[in-house]
Design a protein around this ligand. Structure first.
Ligand code: 3HC
Length: 297
């Protein structure tokens, strides 16, 4: 596998393009917005620069990685010679079904089609194509260049050869693949989101404040980020989407999203990306301060 196309130049898409390019794959990063593509390239360049500062990458390797990336706003052109397409577009079922139906008609027959979705059913996505055996979940974690895990999600019709190819590819990237089956939340988010939701409830019920909840989990459990800081980092809208998929798909009230989370998303307080969540990022991510002092009355 040599030619990789990544659809969507947001946080996950640019991270995925970054690690493939750094590992000598030929990458085409595709987005409908030229401005998003240019922003993604700047982010990749800045993150490669971080690696140079840490002496884990040379200037020449950075230049080579950037030279391995092409940008495109044209889906047909972007996938014409792709061995693998990884979709990292917005977390919306209708959008993904349309993208996969288009990919199926535009890609060569051998092309494998992967989604980086955090919660949408791979089986449903695969059913929008005539090649469900070639469709799989390849779920990276943010920040992609740093996090070791790739969750490989086998849809109902995914062929064993497709799973093996993706497991091998993840290993080539220096990642650790874990294979899971296609049920709501898969494995990692099925476990993570109830923990984050419990932290939202602890704040909502006035059990403790933002910093206290985060300190408890950082210092008591050795987590690198507290759950409220992590939720801000992931995006509160994404957290809500995943909980809703799990609540609807599994039908158990334990997955019902906390009303506080629902309100925050409705208010546009989405975490780091909107500048405001449980913390206020108006001074930048490194200078965040508590935004929410919720007390139940
Ligand atoms: N690209 C490249 N390198 C990066 C990077 C990026 N985007 N972001 C951070 N780094 C590197 C830094 O250069 C640094 O490298 P070093 O270890 O060689 O010094 C290292 O990562 C640590 O970064 P910082 O010193 O800037 O900051 P921290 O020590 O605070 O670590 C963190 C930042 C790695 C994000 C850490 O806080 C962490 O691991 N947080 C938890 C992240 C997590 O749980 N992610 C999963 C979210 S869930 C998800 O993605 C699934 C989805 O479906 C919801």
């Amino acid at each position: 596998m040599q030619h990789i196309t990544v659809i969507g130049a947001g946080t996950m898409g640019n991270g995925i393009a970054h690690i493939f390019a750094q590992n000598q794959f030929s990458v085409c990063l595709m987005d409908i917005s030229e401005a998003s593509l240019q922003k993604a390239l700047q982010t990749i360049s800045a993150n490669l620069e971080r690696q140079i500062q840490k002496a884990t990458l040379s200037e020449a390797q950075k230049d080579q990685a950037l030279a391995n990336i092409q940008l495109s706003t044209d889906l047909q052109e972007a996938v014409a010679s792709a061995d693998l397409v990884i979709e990292a577009a917005s977390e919306n079922l209708a959008v993904k079904l349309k993208i996969f139906a288009d990919l199926d008609s535009l890609c060569p027959p051998h092309t494998l089609l992967a989604s980086n979705t955090s919660s949408i059913s791979i089986t449903k996505i695969a059913a929008a194509t005539q090649r469900p055996q070639n469709v799989i979940g390849m779920h990276f974690f943010n920040p992609v260049p740093v996090m070791k895990l790739v969750e490989v999600i086998n849809g109902y019709a995914t062929a064993p050869a497709t799973s093996q190819a993706i497991v091998q590819l993840a290993t080539q990237l220096g990642k650790i693949p874990v294979q899971v089956n296609d049920y709501p939340g898969f494995a990692a988010n099925r476990i993570l989101l109830p923990m984050l939701n419990e932290a939202f409830y602890a704040l909502y019920e006035g059990i403790a404040g933002v910093e206290e909840i985060d300190q408890a989990m950082k210092l008591g459990m050795g987590h690198p980020m507290g759950p409220l800081q992590l939720a801000d980092f992931v995006g509160l809208d994404i957290c809500l989407d995943i909980l809703q998929v799990m609540h609807q798909g599994l039908g158990h009230p334990k997955y019902a999203p906390c009303p506080l989370l629902i309100n925050m998303v409705a208010a546009g307080h989405l975490g780091q990306k909107s500048g405001m969540g449980f913390y206020d990022y108006s001074g930048g991510p490194k200078a965040s301060r508590v935004a929410l002092r919720f007390r139940k009355t």
